[in-house]
Structure formats: C-alpha cells, structure tokens
Design a protein around this ligand. Structure first.
Ligand SMILES: [Zn+2]
Ligand SMILES: [Zn+2]
Length: 348
C-alpha cells in the first residue's frame, strides 16, 4: 500500500520525458526507479503476516533490550506501528525521497568553510584569534556566524593554530555527514506525517489484523483481517510473560497457555472477578479465543531464552516474584532462540 502511495505520488509529479528535461526532473524519475528497487527488497519483510511476525521477533532478539520486549508484550499495537514507522524511516530516508537541493546546500557550505580555512592558512597568522577572524571574514557573505559562538574558543588563543585548522576541517566534514542524515530523516518523517492515510496504520491492519492478544500470554491474534469470529495464535508463550503468577507464591508462571488448557488447573483474572476458573473451560470467559491444545507442554526456545534472561526484570515490572526457571531453559543459547523462531514460523 505504502509503495503505491509513495511511488504514484512521484509519478504524478514526474513529467513526460522530453528533450529538455531539467536535472531535477531526471533526478525525480531516477528516484522512482530506486523506490521500486527498495520495494522489492522490502517486500519480503512485509509480504505475509508470518514473515512479518518473524521479522519483528528477530529484531527484538537482535536489539536484546528488556524495555523493547516489555513494550512489545504490553503495548503490542503501539509497538508494532512504531516499528513499521521506524523501518520506513530507516529504509526511505537514504533513498529517493530526499531533496537534493538541501543536500547540495550542506555540501556547498562545507566546501565554503574548508576553502575559507585554506585561504586563512595562506595569510600570516600571529595567533588563533587572528586566524579565526580571517576565516569569518572569508565566509562573511556566505554564512552567518554568531559572534558569541566565537568567544568560546578564544580561550585557546595560544593553541597551535595549524593543528586547530586541521581539526576544524575534520569536524566540519563530520558535521556535514550527520546533518545530512538528520535532515533526510526529518524530511521524510514530515512527508509521512502529511499523508492522509497513515502507512503504518494501513500496514498494521493488513499484516496484523485485529491486534487482539491472547488473554493469558499476550501472543497476538494471527487470524487475517479485521473480520473474523475467532482469534487464534500459533505460538503461545509462558503465561508469566502475560503477567500470570502463582496465587500462593506470587512467582511468575512458566507454563504456556496452550498446555494449561488441557490441565485441571485454574486461573483467576479481572474477567473472572478474581475467582478461580478452570483452564479447561476458558471459552466460557474468553468466548472469542481459540487456544489449540498443545500436548508438547513446551514453550519455544525463543521464549524460554527471553524469559530466562529477563526473569527478574519481568518480575519487577509486573510487581511479582521471579519465576522458578526450569533447569533446561538455562542452557538455551541465543543461537537456539533464533533458530527456534525460524522453526516456529517455518522460515527457510
Ligand atoms: Zn496464549
Ligand atoms: Zn483476531
């Protein structure tokens, strides 16, 4: 959806090719070709709900930050929309969407400054103050330099001005790079903001559907679109990640809901008015959910790894006691966690 909006937008502005096409028009057309190229690369990540889920979970693993996991679990919709937006900023800010004029302006400014430094170096410099004043004079008609900004480094008046000249040139070049980056991101962000259809919301609806989460473990519903009568998820998690704890010990629970629904155990939550209710009869409480029983009784290595690593953090965030982690979970490696993701989503 987004690519259509973006690319069509450009195409409408793009005039039919003619002999005297201006440089900027040619740039614009080149931009569209690039835009299509990124679209292809990007297509896989956003191609199916499954691959999208896989990408977002893998990204969490790579980030390796507790805060991100917590936001992903507790504010799923917001997290995913922000994630999509951020992916767009990353991918498009480098490419077709940037405005060549401003980029050129930054480049020229850097050239002016470095030229002015070289020019000033030719003159007879007695000290740093004189040297800086010469640079400012050179730049006088091109750039506005606030006088109070100069005062700050006049303390260095006795410093080696040749060394100073060298450092100045280096830092200006560096500044140019980071300015260009900041500028690209900002500009693209503003363009996104001005779009009537928010691409991150469109993609969310298309790829995520209803946005509901499992009432026990908070796994997102994987049924397509918004129109479905039953919510389901293929990969459930230890319910402690969804804030479930033992009534007696307050320890977070490591069992997964798809296994709990075939046991004789009970749960209590807001929806049951905090009275005990059998897991087997969860459907009486959560009518719209279908939790397919899983006889393996095992969580995926991915969630074993995450819960083991951040056990204390989750306990603190949920105001509970840390879970008693099964010994075997402690041996699950980062690599195994990543591999289990591929298995869970059947990614080759
Ligand atoms: Zn669940
Ligand atoms: Zn659903």
């Amino acid at each position: 959806i987004f690519f259509k909006i973006k690319c069509q937008g450009h195409q409408q502005q793009c005039p039919p090719p003619s002999g005297n096409q201006s440089l900027n028009e040619r740039r614009l057309c080149k931009g569209i070709t690039k835009c299509k190229k990124i679209a292809r690369l990007w297509k896989r990540k956003f191609s199916t709900r499954i691959f999208f889920q896989y990408s977002i979970l893998l990204d969490l693993l790579l980030k390796d930050e507790f805060e991100s996991y917590l936001r992903f679990i507790l504010s799923y919709e917001k997290y995913v929309k922000d994630w999509i937006l951020n992916e767009m900023l990353e991918h498009f800010s480098n490419e077709a969407t940037t405005n060549a004029f401003e980029e050129q302006h930054i480049k020229s400014s850097i050239i002016w400054i470095t030229d002015a430094v070289d020019e000033a170096k030719q003159k007879d410099c007695v000290n740093l103050r004189k040297f800086v004043e010469d640079i400012c004079k050179e730049l006088g008609d091109k750039l506005i330099i606030p006088q109070d900004a100069l005062g700050a480094f006049m303390i260095l008046n006795n410093a080696d001005w040749e060394q100073f000249a060298l450092s100045l040139k280096e830092s200006v070049t560096e500044m140019g790079h980071s300015l260009t980056e900041i500028f690209k991101k900002k500009q693209f962000f503003e363009k996104l903001q001005s779009l009537h259809l928010k691409p991150q919301n469109e993609l969310f609806t298309k790829l995520i559907g209803c946005g509901r989460q499992c009432p026990f473990c908070k796994s997102p519903c994987e049924a397509g679109g918004k129109e479905h009568t039953e919510h389901w998820a293929s990969l459930h998690r230890p319910t402690g990640l969804g804030k479930y704890r033992s009534v007696f010990s307050s320890k977070l629970v490591t069992n997964i809901c798809s296994s709990l629904v075939i046991t004789d155990r009970n749960f209590r939550c807001h929806e049951t008015n905090y009275t005990s209710h059998p897991y087997k009869l969860y459907k009486k409480i959560f009518r719209a959910w279908k939790i397919v029983p899983d006889v393996s009784l095992e969580a995926s290595n991915y969630w074993k790894y995450v819960m083991t690593k951040y056990n204390d953090d989750f306990a603190k965030a949920y105001k509970a006691k840390s879970a008693k982690i099964p010994e075997a979970w402690k041996n699950v490696t980062y690599k195994q966690a990543a591999e289990s993701l591929k298995e869970s989503f059947s990614i080759k």
